[in-house]
Design a protein around this ligand. Structure first.
Ligand SMILES: Cc1cc2nc3c(=O)[nH]c(=O)nc-3n(C[C@H](O)[C@H](O)[C@H](O)COP(=O)(O)OP(=O)(O)OC[C@H]3O[C@@H](n4cnc5c(N)ncnc54)[C@H](O)[C@@H]3O)c2cc1C
Length: 343
């Protein structure tokens, strides 16, 4: 039996470990839980079909990721008896006007045939929007995608860690030098990757989310996730509490201080989406998105290491299926995706 050593256990490393253990492999995990880990900071939106990105390799990966999620979560929650915050309440994409909404509807609807897991795709008038989200403004027409979902990155990772330990994996809360290890070394270090792997070159983006609370609003405990205009999104957490995002700052630093400018920017942006409802700022959540130069995840060898990195802004969506596929690939089983597309 091969021994696997996994260095870095955000969602990428933890998903690979979990799937290798399900195939009865011997797995050691080393994770130092750096502040700014992307997985715990993530908004957790699982809705790849509405993206305008045209890269086919990326789309194949995230489409397969969203398809796999319900089964992955059912099995993980049943094994651990823990909650991951996964809920499939649909996604609303808002548009500036009816013309843009019409074009987007055609583009999104066209994906339904190959991705039936999207469920219903509906065109909503600005007024109809409030049937799905009572606190929303009536200014923007929308497209509703029934299969849109969200997951809580922190809870998901906690459940995965529990499952890994239950399945016999050994979890160490420190770093390790790969040169001291025997066996297959899987390096899933997120934004910290350049310590041991020259390929791929990983850069990172600092991303900040802001929690907002709504007062005097109808309780929106079944609200879908909302993709606003441009890069804005609104993710319900608890009743009338939302995480809103996001900022994109290319940086080489790992500065974790929340910035008053970012908080003000997000707060100003978000006000346009809610009706005449008082809003209050809450905490900020900050993380570092790992990116490759091609903006495509890297999955493959790099010297003596097997590297998975560059999951970018869709890593929560893609990582469980990457975990399944990498475990199958490394143990000589058939994969659904062609992993050579990613290295
Ligand atoms: C604010 C924000 C919002 C996001 N929203 C979404 C979303 O809505 N939907 C979506 O699909 N994706 C989203 N993402 C993207 C997703 O979170 C990331 O792509 C994903 O979490 C990256 O996972 P990872 O395991 O590669 O890295 P990370 O989660 O950063 O984990 C890397 C781990 O490796 C450890 N490590 C590094 N080096 C070593 C070492 N030498 N020894 C031991 N441990 C080490 C670190 O401590 C860390 O724990 C978001 C990201 C951010 C930041």
């Amino acid at each position: 039996m091969t021994t696997y050593h996994i260095i870095g256990a955000g969602i990428a490393g933890a998903s690979i470990a979990y799937h290798l253990l399900q195939l009865n492999q011997k797995v050691f995990i080393y994770d130092r839980d750096d502040i700014g880990q992307a997985t715990k900071a993530s908004a957790g939106i699982i809705c790849p079909w509405t993206s305008q990105r045209r890269n086919k390799k990326w789309y194949r990966l995230v489409k397969e990721g969203a398809k796999y999620y319900p089964q992955f979560i059912d099995e993980l929650e049943a094994l651990t008896d823990m909650q991951t915050g996964y809920r499939q309440r649909g996604a609303l994409c808002l548009f500036k006007d009816d013309y843009i909404q019409g074009l987007a509807y055609e583009r999104i609807k066209a994906k339904q045939k190959e991705a039936p897991e999207m469920g219903k795709v509906l065109k909503l008038t600005a007024e109809e929007l409030t049937t799905y989200h009572p606190s929303m403004t009536t200014e923007y027409p929308a497209v509703y995608v029934e299969g849109g979902a969200q997951v809580n990155g922190f809870s998901l990772l906690t459940a995965l860690k529990q499952a890994i330990i239950q399945l016999g994996g050994q979890w160490h809360t420190q770093s390790v030098n790969p040169q001291t290890l025997d066996g297959t070394i899987i390096y899933t270090a997120g934004a910290w990757s350049n310590e041991y792997a020259a390929t791929p070159q990983v850069r990172h983006q600092r991303a900040e989310l802001l929690e907002v609370m709504l007062h005097e609003a109808p309780l929106a405990d079944v609200a879908p996730v909302v993709m606003g205009l441009g890069p804005m999104y609104i993710v319900p957490t608890t009743k009338n509490h939302y995480m809103i995002g996001t900022t994109h700052e290319d940086t080489t630093s790992f500065n974790m201080n929340d910035s008053p400018e970012n908080r003000d920017y997000l707060f100003t942006q978000i006000k346009r989406y809610f009706k005449e409802t008082p809003l209050k700022k809450g905490i900020s959540s900050i993380g570092f998105r790992p990116l490759t130069d091609e903006n495509l995840p890297y999955i493959g060898p790099s010297g003596q290491l097997f590297v998975v990195n560059g999951l970018g802004s869709s890593g929560l969506t893609a990582a469980p299926v990457i975990g399944r596929e990498v475990a199958h690939y490394l143990t000589g089983k058939k994969t659904v995706l062609d992993l050579t597309d990613y290295h």
